[in-house]
Design a protein around this ligand. Structure first.
Ligand code: NAD
Ligand code: DAU
Length: 352
C-alpha cells in the first residue's frame, strides 16, 4: 500500500452526507487514503462522487457492514488506521414500516466495525468517529436546546437504533479504550439528498407540480444545517476533538415544517418564473407520522468554543444553492426517482 499518512475507512460514503465527507477529505487531504465502504442500498449512489472518484487517493469497496468477514477483509487489505462511520438506514418513515433493517445496519453493523477496529488497532494513534443524530435525545417542548448532557430518550425505531449504536460506541471506549469520537447532528439539507426527506421531496414535487404532503398540522420544528457545514464539523472533530467525547452539531436555525415549505415555494416560484403563491397552492395536509417528534434544536456551543466551528452560510443562501443544484441536475434526479422510488412513494403517500 502506498505511503499515505492515514488510511481512513468512510462507511456510507455513497450516501447523502457520506459523499460530502468523502469529497471534503479527498480534496483537503491528498496525503490520506479514503476507502469508501458502502453496500449501495437504495440510498447509496456512486454518481454522488462522480466529480472526485478519479482522484488517486480514492478507493471504493462494495460491502455490507453487517458482514464481519467483509469488514475485516477491508481493514486488512488497506491497513485501515481510522474510521468515519456514516453507513446507516437513515429514514424515520421507513423505520416505522420495517425496523429490522435498522437494527441490522445501525446496531449490528456498528458493533462489527467497533470489534474489527478494536482487534486491529493498538494504542491511541487512531480515531473511530461515529456520526450520529440529535434524534437520540427525543423531543423538545417549546423551549430549551439539546446539549451533550441531555439524557437519551429515543422515540422512533430509527432513533432507538442510533441511540443503541451510540451506547455501543461509548461502551467500546470505556471497556476497551477504543479511541472513539462522536457527533450528534440536526437535520441536514443540500445537494445529493435522496428525495424521501422533507426538503428534496418538496423541491421535486414543486418542480413537478405535485401535492406537497405536510404531516399533521405542519407545526413540528427542525433545526436545519447545510450538509457542507456538517462535513466541516466532522473534519474539525475528527482532527481536533477529544477522544471519548461527543459533540452536538446544529445550525441554530429552527423552522416549523409549514413555514419552511412556504418559504421554499416562494424561492422556487421566483426561480421557475411562476406567479407568487402558485406552488403554495400545492400544499396538502396529510395523516401525521406515528410518534412524530415535536421539536429538535441543538446547542452547538461546545463545538464552537472548543474547536472554533461555525456554519459558513445562512439558511437562505444554502437553500438557494440547493434548489439550483436540483434544477440543474435532471439526470441525477431522474435516476433516483425512477423504478423503486415510484413504489415507495405510492406506498408511503398513496393513501395518506
Ligand atoms: P443516507 O441514507 O443518505 O446514506 C446512507 C448510506 O449508507 C448509503 O450510501 C447506503 O448505501 C449506506 N448503507 C446503508 N446500509 C449499509 C450497510 N449495511 N453496509 C454498508 N453501507 C450501508 O444517510 P445520510 O442522511 O447521509 O446519513 C448518514 C449518517 O448521518 C447516518 O448515520 C445518519 O444517522 C446520520 N445523520 C443524518 C442526518 C440527516 O439529516 N440526514 C443528520 C444527523 C445524522
Ligand atoms: O435530526 C436529524 C435527523 O433528521 C436524521 O438523523 C435523519 O437521518 C434525517 O432523516 C432527519 O430526520 P427527520 O425525520 O427530521 O427528517 P425528514 O426529512 O424525514 O422530516 C423532516 C420533518 O418534515 C419531520 O417533522 C416530518 C416532516 N415531513 C417529512 C416528509 C418526508 C412532512 O411533513 N412531510 C414529508 O413528506
Amino acid at each position: 500500500m502506498e505511503n499515505f499518512d492515514r488510511k481512513i475507512l468512510v462507511t456510507g460514503g455513497a450516501g447523502f452526507i457520506g459523499s460530502h465527507v468523502v469529497r471534503r477529505f479527498l480534496t483537503n487531504y491528498p496525503n490520506y487514503l479514503i476507502v469508501n465502504a458502502d453496500k449501495l442500498t437504495y440510498a447509496g449512489n456512486l454518481a454522488n462522487l462522480s466529480d472526485v472518484e478519479h482522484l488517486p487517493n480514492y478507493r471504493f469497496e462494495k460491502i455490507d457492514i453487517v458482514d464481519a468477514e467483509a469488514v475485516k477483509g477491508v481493514f486488512n487489505k488497506y491497513g485501515i488506521t481510522d474510521v468515519i462511520h456514516l453507513a446507516a438506514e437513515s429514514h424515520v418513515d421507513r423505520s416505522i414500516e420495517g425496523p429490522m433493517e435498522f437494527v441490522m445496519t445501525n446496531v449490528v453493523g456498528t458493533v462489527n466495525l467497533l470489534h474489527t477496529a478494536k482487534d486491529a488497532w493498538k494504542g491511541e494513534a487512531h480515531v473511530f468517529h461515529h456520526v450520529s443524530t440529535d434524534e437520540v435525545y427525543g423531543s423538545l417542548g417549546d423551549t430549551g436546546l439539546f446539549t451533550e448532557a441531555t439524557p437519551y430518550d429515543p422515540r422512533s425505531p430509527y432513533s432507538a437504533s442510533k441511540a443503541s449504536s451510540d451506547h455501543f460506541v461509548m461502551a467500546f471506549y470505556h471497556t476497551y479504550h477504543l479511541p472513539v469520537k462522536m457527533s450528534n447532528c440536526s437535520n441536514n439539507y443540500g445537494s445529493h439528498h435522496f428525495p424521501e426527506k422533507l426538503i428534496p421531496l418538496m423541491i421535486h414535487n414543486i418542480q413537478n407540480k405535485k401535492p406537497l404532503p405536510i404531516y399533521g398540522k405542519g407545526d413540528n420544528i427542525r433545526d436545519w444545517l447545510w450538509v457542507v457545514d456538517h462535513a466541516s464539523a466532522i473534519d474539525a472533530i475528527f482532527h481536533k476533538g477529544r477522544i471519548g467525547e461527543s459533540y452536538n452539531v446544529g445550525g441554530l436555525n429552527e423552522w416549523t415544517n409549514i413555514e419552511l415549505v412556504k418559504f421554499l415555494c416562494k424561492v422556487m416560484d421566483e426561480k421557475l418564473g411562476r406567479t407568487t403563491g402558485e406552488s403554495e397552492s400545492l400544499i396538502t395536509y396529510v395523516t401525521d407520522r406515528a410518534g412524530h417528534d415535536k421539536r429538535y434544536a441543538i446547542d452547538a456551543s461546545k463545538l464552537e468554543k472548543e474547536l472554533g466551528w461555525k456554519p459558513s452560510i445562512t439558511f437562505e443562501e444554502g437553500l438557494s444553492k440547493t434548489v439550483d443544484w436540483y434544477l440543474s441536475n435532471h439526470e441525477w434526479v431522474e435516476k433516483v426517482t425512477s423504478g423503486s422510488y415510484q413504489e415507495y412513494y405510492e406506498t408511503m403517500y398513496g393513501n395518506r
